[in-house]
Design a protein around this ligand. Structure first.
Ligand code: ADP
Ligand code: MG
Length: 414
């Protein structure tokens, strides 16, 4: 099948930037610049007329700024992917851009390969969205019902990304990610565990596998990954069979990993494993925001403490504005102590989001496990904390299957 070209619209008030970007793209055979606009308003209008796949959008422009324009365009045409190009590398701008629905954020002037890979990534996404729309159309003209798409032998045709996140440090993100990867791993569904806490990741410590390969060894090779390379680089945790990709050895090495590389690693892992479990840091880095976007479900961890609950409310709002469907969030309470009056039910009610899994507090088991480097899922499954974790794994499995059949049913119905 011939690959469709990625159709790009450039929106920037400075003629020189428009030209430079055009020049950077002119030798890309699968990228075509279909138009340029000089203001946010013009960008919105041209996006309607030209229906591009990807828009390269400046932030500061005379009439409507790039973030507002992005929001407007994404609301009208959700399949169009926006890549923001801005002189401000400010984290605040990045966050605002992501909230407005931008797919990516590059600082000016962009490097050629960085720009091209961002466009390709966004273009792929846009084509995927269009295909989805087209398939749904086909199902309508065929009188609904797409029996071929239902059933199948494997409950999960493509590996699922389960990202574990907490907006508050120390709530047990890593504990849950490590033990969840082990709980989800069996002969039929293999899991891989990826440490997305690139500065202070401690997944390797939790399984006593420090000092081995890390994501730094894989990042330069993301464009030619294969099963063999992966087998060479991933840590094999003998006791559980889970494969692990550890974080860099030292915090300053985190910046060696670009968002693009991280996302490509995740996407490759999806082809090889049924479950790709990602541990994260509380700080919303570009890497983590993009991984959240890509993931199938997010295990959002809270505790019974007010600061954790407060931050959970903030992150639930943020996820909503990012367009993450509520069904994709598995709100989980860790370190549950029944002597404390703040119950999961109260939190569910208060945050208008059901707490779907509860893992009890057990300092002795949890801390001994970390200090020995032996996850409790291996030797303390029968303890309440182990059972809590197993029930979370069941919620994850069930949610995946529900989401899968939901999207199939939606495709068949329309
Ligand atoms: N359910 C639990 N009961 C008791 N202690 C826990 C529980 N879950 C995690 N812990 C402990 O809390 C501490 C922080 O956990 P960790 O997983 O490193 O959190 P995070 O990754 O969110 O910073 C660790 O000492 C861990 O052993
Ligand atoms: Mg952690």
């Amino acid at each position: 099948m011939a690959v469709d070209k990625i159709r790009v619209l450039i929106v920037d008030d400075i003629a020189e930037t428009r030209e430079n970007v055009r020049k950077l793209l002119q030798f890309e055979s699968d990228v075509e610049v279909v138009g340029t606009a000089r203001t946010g308003k013009e960008g919105i209008q041209l996006s309607q007329e030209l229906d591009p796949d990807v828009i390269l959008m400046d932030i500061n422009m005379p009439d409507i700024d790039g973030i507002t324009a992005t929001e407007n365009i994404r609301q009208r045409s959700p399949h169009i992917q926006v890549v923001i190009l801005s002189v401000q590398s400010d984290q605040n701008y990045m966050r605002r851009a992501m909230l407005a629905g931008a797919r990516d954020f590059l600082t000016k002037p962009p490097m050629g390969d960085e720009l091209i890979s961002a466009i390709k990534r966004a273009g792929e996404m846009a084509h995927g969205e269009r295909d989805k729309g087209a398939k749904q159309q086909m199902a309508v003209s065929a009188g609904g019902g797409a029996p071929g798409m239902m059933g199948g032998f494997s409950p999960l045709p493509q590996g699922k990304i389960v990202l574990v996140y907490s907006p508050k440090g120390g709530t047990g993100c890593t504990t849950i990610a490590v033990n969840l990867a082990i709980a989800l791993n069996n002969e039929d569904t293999r899991s891989v565990l990826i440490d997305g806490n690139l500065q202070f990741g401690d997944v390797a410590v939790f399984v006593n596998e420090q000092g081995k390969n890390t994501i730094v060894d894989i990042a330069p090779r993301v464009d030619d990954l294969d099963a063999e390379i992966l087998e060479d680089i991933l840590i094999k945790h003998e006791a559980s069979g889970v494969r692990i990709l550890a974080a860099p050895q030292r915090p300053e090495m985190a910046e060696k990993i670009s968002t693009d590389q991280f996302i490509k690693v995740l996407q490759f892992m999806q082809k090889m494993y049924s479950y790709v479990v990602v541990d994260t840091s509380s700080i919303l880095t570009d890497v983590i925001l993009s991984a959240i976007d890509l993931s199938d479900v997010i295990v959002l961890v809270t505790t019974q403490e007010i600061p954790a609950i407060k931050n959970s409310r903030l992150i639930l709002d943020l996820l909503k504005t990012m367009g993450i469907n509520k069904d994709r969030i598995i709100f989980t309470m860790n370190r549950f102590d029944k002597r404390i009056a703040i119950t999961p039910e109260r939190i569910s009610e208060n945050l208008k989001h059901e707490v779907s899994a509860v893992i009890p507090l057990d300092e002795k088991v949890a801390i001994t496990a970390v200090n020995r480097g032996v996850p409790f899922m291996l030797d303390n499954r029968a303890q309440p904390i182990g059972k809590g974790l197993l029930s979370l794994a069941e919620v994850v499995r069930a949610r995946m299957i529900a989401l899968e059949s939901e999207s199939e049913a939606a495709a068949a119905k329309r």
